[in-house]
Design a protein around this ligand. Structure first.
Ligand SMILES: Cc1cc2nc3c(=O)[nH]c(=O)nc-3n(C[C@H](O)[C@H](O)[C@H](O)COP(=O)(O)OP(=O)(O)OC[C@H]3O[C@@H](n4cnc5c(N)ncnc54)[C@H](O)[C@@H]3O)c2cc1C
Length: 455
């Protein structure tokens, strides 16, 4: 089978590349290969009742399938160069922002209309934070919510499938450079194309490493972010989340000078399990629909670690810590902040005694047996610092779920077209190690599609 363009992975990067090709060059023959299911068949079996923890499905519906890792995410599209990836280093700050705004326009046109765009511009919280040694980063954030995000994806798919060949439940095994084009092998069949866009996300990190090894594509190690997901009564953060929705706050610890930052804030949301290649970590999301909201707000507190010499495997380090928590807790561990400070584990009875109802069934335990001292000390310092702008954060009953790890794919060497050393082979989205968010991944897809279309 011959195509002009083959896209590997139907996450935001792949979807927006397909969308832009369909709009700019409708005559082009485009195929999308996706390891996971169609959107409507994506279903995580954890129901909190019969199935309480991750059972390691062959294809994880949270991470794989149409919509990628973004399908059941909170649908927070952060329009900023300050975090979410370093796309701007390749394509320039203005172009990166323009592309993120373009993606936002498409989301609005496909079902997101009416959702709120929050902004930190001109907010008094910037001053309040800085007076307390905390730094609030600049961003505009569109919160679609898990529910509206799902509708937008459904609408996009309805249009894309009319013009583009989708192959679901079809993981690509290999990519080979042949006769100035590419051959993609999947389920024993060979498909050829002139241009190939690889957008395999975090779940495709191991596969991406193999492709780079096989094709001798240069890469470099990336950082890993390690920490916990904090859950507390929504009222503690209401003043911030009502105005900003998501506040990205950075704090430099007094003890080590490490930076700790808040990440992925979900007002009135729920904490969830995330399964990356069999490792269970914590994450969170929230719904736009008030009926589906909870009484708690959750966010991550993360510390970045980047190893280079002689040890380079930052992800391996994060994986080992996550495996330790999985070994001790059978999955994610939860601990009351008060128990952590007193140096004792949380037990089921201490959890029942707490004035907060956890939104994720995790194993009560002791995070100090899992997280390295330096990281844990930084997180504790940050919780006390946040307590000054959001009193109640350092409450004994504040829940810490561990561990949360943000794995970043190793960075693939690409040019400003996001094309690797093989002409016509583009590596985009989180799989490239360059982006780590919905907006940056989507923008990278549009950028590459426009380059192909204009050539
Ligand atoms: C629970 C959760 C909540 C999140 N919330 C937010 C949020 O609110 N805001 C935000 O900005 N980011 C959020 N993120 C991160 C965000 O989802 C990702 O940054 C984004 O989805 C990356 O897009 P991508 O297209 O690069 O990769 P992905 O979305 O990971 O998609 C990659 C796709 O490629 C497929 N694939 C992998 N290997 C192969 C192969 N060999 N052959 C075929 N297909 C393959 C996978 O199955 C997957 O569907 C969240 C992530 C999770 C898990």
């Amino acid at each position: 089978m011959k195509y002009d363009v083959i896209i590997i992975g139907a996450g935001p990067g792949g979807i927006f590349a397909a969308y832009e090709l369909m709009k700019c060059r409708p005559e082009m023959k485009v195929a999308v290969f996706e390891a996971g299911h169609t959107l409507d068949k994506r279903h995580c079996p954890i129901d909190g009742d019969k199935i309480k923890t991750c059972i390691g499905c062959k294809s994880c519906s949270i991470m794989s399938g149409f919509g990628g890792a973004g399908a059941f995410s909170d649908g927070k599209y952060n329009i900023t160069n300050d975090f979410g990836g370093t796309l701007y280093e390749y394509i320039g700050k203005k172009r990166a922002l323009d592309l993120m705004k373009y993606v936002d326009d498409i989301n609005m046109a496909y079902g997101g209309e009416g959702t709120k765009l929050y902004s930190t511009a001109g907010t008094r919280y910037k001053t309040i934070c800085i007076q307390n040694d905390l730094h609030l980063l600049d961003a505009s954030v569109r919160h679609l919510g898990t529910d509206i995000n799902y509708i937008v994806l459904g609408n996009l798919y309805a249009e894309l499938k009319e013009k583009i060949d989708f192959f679901f439940d079809t993981p690509v095994d290999t990519v080979a450079a042949v006769n100035g084009g590419y051959e993609v092998m999947a389920k024993g069949e060979t498909y050829s194309c002139a241009d190939c866009i690889v957008s395999v996300g975090r779940i495709g990190s191991k596969w991406m490493e193999k492709v780079c090894r096989d094709l001798n594509i240069p890469t470099k190690s990336n950082r890993v972010d390690i920490g916990v997901r904090v859950e507390l009564p929504a009222t503690v953060f209401n003043h911030l989340t009502d105005e900003l929705y998501e506040s990205k706050i950075v704090y430099r610890t007094k003890k080590y000078g490490d930076k700790v930052r808040t990440f992925c804030m979900n007002p009135k949301g729920a904490v969830v399990n995330e399964n990356t290649n069999g490792i269970i970590t914590a994450n969170g999301h929230s719904y736009e629909n008030p009926e589906l909201q909870t009484e708690n707000t959750n966010f991550a507190l993360l510390v970045s670690k980047h190893f280079s010499e002689p040890f380079k495997d930052s992800n391996g380090y994060g994986e080992s810590i996550a495996r330790l928590s999985n070994m001790l807790g059978g999955g994610v561990i939860v601990q009351r902040f008060g128990d952590l400070i007193l140096g004792r584990r949380s037990t089921p009875s201490r959890m029942e005694d707490a004035f907060i109802t956890p939104t994720l069934q995790a194993t009560p335990g002791d995070l100090s047996l899992v997280l390295p001292k330096r990281i844990l000390d930084g997180i504790i310092e940050m919780i006390y610092a946040l307590d000054k702008v959001a009193p109640g954060t350092a409450n004994d009953d504040t829940l810490l779920y561990g561990v949360e790890v943000k794995f970043y794919n190793m960075e693939v060497e690409v040019n400003e077209q996001l094309e690797c050393c093989y002409p016509g082979l583009y590596i985009i989205g989180d799989g490239s190690g360059i982006t780590h968010s919905l907006s940056h991944a989507s923008a990278s897809g549009v950028h590459v599609a426009r380059n192909i279309a204009n050539r």
